[in-house]
Design a protein around this ligand. Structure first.
Ligand code: XMP
Length: 506
């Protein structure tokens, strides 16, 4: 197990993902919450930070339980922190150092640089620089602009690097992490999907025993993988509920329900479309729509859960990015959009929570799903927001608008599949705009709705860029939509990145 101490860098989660990619288990802790018992950890990585070590309010934790006792790899801020408080010198650099640099390894005998090519490209992102090494510091590598790009502390397994091995642009970054974690710290590369499944299934059996568990399926990857894991552990004592909120994609409810049944899950499909439409009536504010949907979901789910006698647990498909307590440097983060499915258990449900995926990243959830034999098509599905088409229909929602958008979306998504573009896109969908425009069909003037198509590439939804779809594809898709979907006479393609736009329009 590896401990990653977070100083607030935007890259901290990336470090964890790289470590996990090496099949090594790791956990992130905020710098001010170092675990008291460190006996389970074999190595520590100190993250970067937006702070300058010289700033008074910068993170300055006490590392005396760690330094010299466990192997340490200090990245960027971490490297500066070790230097600044141990007899070294950190100062603002004359030039800001961002982006690529090439590494010259000075002491090539060091294991940290095993199998790393001379002049290897590394990624820099810092405005302070280490002018003088700390006590017992030995320089290991330099770049053209940064003399102390890497050093170690003599007499300890403490290594420090100014660059970021966790970003893809550091071409040998993963090798360096492997050198540190495996060769130097001796951690085992035993964190595999198979090992995770075995361990989790036996833990779930132990924890739940003969108790009953209820779980809400959404058709998405996380809840599906959570369900299959639990099913493997407790079989028919897992009661799944799949709610149709009437805002899913065309035919989605029926086909996904069917798939769940084929997987042997004990699942009840509940068609609550009318209840949701009622709750949404007259609402056009995006947050009001989200709240109405969230509340209705809780009501429907609660009604259904009460039908099952003696339930003890509520299972959720929560994943690691939702639970990491990241160090926030900008104060409490503002609510840009209230994602209703993140957050705690409503009081009145009074059930204990079980979250079998809470330590996994999204890509790991997919790997575990594959290990569990879940259909490739289901695992490769684009993310779809909980409030569904409601946040893709701008303005108020009616059954007719939902129907129109379902048709448009279906043509677009099916087209992406037919053109082998579906897997190249991270997320795609259509948006029904609250405007009408003039058109001409045959000899008649039309005055109908406009739809926007959106397709983005992304890795985690935090940032995204629009996809450069082939013109022929857009041409064909637009044509099919306008010819087939009554009520739509104009199609536009959204070419905004996130930031400054968001993926969804609401
Ligand atoms: P934005 O629009 O914030 O979306 O760039 C980022 C990702 O989050 C999804 N999203 C939601 N998911 N409930 C959800 O479950 C929501 O209210 C919600 N709003 C946005 C969006 O589809 C994208 O994948």
């Amino acid at each position: 197990n590896v401990l990653i101490l977070d100083f607030g860098s935007q890259y901290t989660q990336l470090i964890a993902r790289r470590v996990r990619e090496l099949n090594i288990y790791c956990e992130i802790y905020p710098y001010h919450k170092i675990p008291e018992d460190l006996s389970g950890f074999k190595a520590v990585i100190l993250s970067g930070s937006p702070f300058s070590v010289r700033a008074e309010d910068a993170p300055h934790p006490d590392l005396s339980q760690i330094r010299g006792k466990l192997p340490v790899l200090a990245v960027c801020y971490g490297a500066q922190y070790l230097a600044h408080f141990n007899g070294g010198k950190v100062e603002p650099s004359g030039t800001r150092e961002y982006g690529r640099a090439n590494l010259t390894v000075i002491k090539d005998a060091e294991m940290l640089f095993d199998e790393i090519k001379e002049n290897s490209q590394v990624w820099m992102s810092h405005s302070d620089t280490i002018m003088e090494l700390p006590e017992n510091g030995v320089r290991l590598a330099s770049t053209t602009d940064v003399l102390n790009a890497a050093y170690r502390i003599e007499g300890e397994d403490t290594y420090a690097i100014q660059f970021h091995p966790e970003v893809y642009h550091s071409t040998d970054g993963k090798q360096l992490l492997e050198n540190f974690l495996v060769k130097i710290a001796g951690t085992e590369q035993s964190w595999t999907p198979g090992a995770f499944v075995d361990l989790t299934v036996s833990e779930l059996k132990e924890k739940i025993g003969d108790d009953k568990v209820v779980l809400g399926l959404s058709g998405g990857v996380d809840s599906t993988v959570a369900a299959v894991l639990l099913h493997k552990a407790i079989g028919k004592n897992l009661y799944c509920i799949f709610v149709n909120n009437g805002l899913l994609r065309k035919n989605e409810f029926e086909s996904v329900l069917d798939q769940y049944k084929h997987m042997g899950l004990n699942v009840k499909g509940v068609d609550a479309s009318d209840r949701f439409l009622d709750a949404l009536k007259g609402l056009s504010d995006p947050e009001a729509k989200r709240k109405a949907i969230g509340n209705t979901f809780i009501e429907v789910f609660d009604d259904e859960a009460h039908e099952i006698t003696d339930v003890t647990y509520l299972a959720q498909g929560t994943i690691y990015p939702d639970v990491i307590e990241s160090v926030s440097v900008n104060g409490p983060s503002v609510t840009i959009k209230s994602h209703h499915n993140v957050g705690g258990l409503p009081d009145f449900m009074k059930l204990k929570v079980v979250e079998p995926l809470r330590m996994l990243f999204k890509d790991e959830v997919r790997r575990v799903g594959k290990e569990l034999g879940i259909d490739k098509e289901l695992l490769g599905r684009h993310p779809f927001p909980g409030p569904g088409l409601a946040i893709r229909i701008l303005g108020d929602i009616t059954a007719e608008k939902v129907r129109i958008l379902q048709e448009v979306d279906h043509i677009f998504i099916q087209g992406l599949r037919d053109w082998m573009l579906y897997d190249k896109v991270w997320q795609a969908g259509a948006i029904l705009l609250p405007v009408q425009s003039v058109g001409v069909m045959g000899d008649e003037r039309t005055y109908e709705q406009v739809v926007a198509l959106r397709a983005v590439e992304s890795t985690d939804g935090m940032t995204a860029d629009w996809v450069n779809l082939p013109y022929e594809f857009l041409q064909k898709t637009s044509n099919t939509i306008i010819n087939r979907v009554k009520g739509v006479n104009r199609v536009v393609y959204d070419i905004s990145s996130k930031p400054p736009a968001t993926i969804e329009w609401e």
